[in-house]
Design a protein around this ligand. Structure first.
Ligand code: ZN
Length: 182
């Protein structure tokens, strides 16, 4: 498998031709991502399918799959994380066109296209965006949830006990107060 680091693509030409690129990237070639990973060596399968979309724009769908090793937020051990990402993009030809795009919440994101578009960098961004904020083993998460649901009632009981004397006092003083005492 040839190294695909810094893969450059003419996105406009590829979209016109309805072309597709695919291959394998090594996480060791993705310096920004590598810092987020526990074990840095793994491979990512990518597919970049370009076409002119229904609105006449050069567009592409990025599909990524792989398996990465992260660190569990709760126990600190390794956790396998399956990467499964599909993102839709369209390309504009200038910075001005990019800035003129309305900010919307559509599924497709506008990017500044180029005849030397840095596909590797886009893929790296997509992976970083997809990383979980707090990776957790399902079992650690279950224990964590169970632990907090046990702790919660006893804390509540405790604070009730602390609150109760005052609540009782308040009730009593209101009850004892006669209207003509003011
Ligand atoms: Zn864990």
């Amino acid at each position: 498998m040839p190294r695909e680091a810094n893969r450059k693509v003419n996105v406009f030409d590829l979209a016109r031709r309805g072309g597709e690129l695919g291959g394998e990237l090594q996480t060791t070639d993705l310096a920004r991502l590598a810092g987020e990973l526990r074990a840095v060596a793994s491979s990512i399968d990518y597919r970049f399918s370009a076409a002119i979309d229904e609105r006449g724009r050069p567009a592409a769908t990025v599909t990524l799959a792989g398996k990465m090793q992260l660190t569990c937020d709760l126990c600190g051990d390794a956790i396998d994380w399956p990467l499964q990402v599909t993102r839709h993009y369209f390309f504009v030809a200038s910075e001005a066109a990019l800035h003129a795009l309305p900010i919307d919440v559509a599924e497709e994101e506008g990017l500044l296209g180029s005849d030397e578009f840095d596909l590797t960098s886009l893929i790296e961004d997509d992976i970083i965006l997809a990383l979980p904020m707090a990776p957790r083993h399902p079992s650690c998460q279950t224990e964590h949830n169970a632990g907090s649901s046990i702790a919660r009632p006893s804390l509540a009981e405790d604070s009730d006990r602390r609150k109760n004397p005052f609540a009782a006092l308040a009730t009593r003083s209101v009850g004892n107060k006669k209207p003509n005492e003011n």
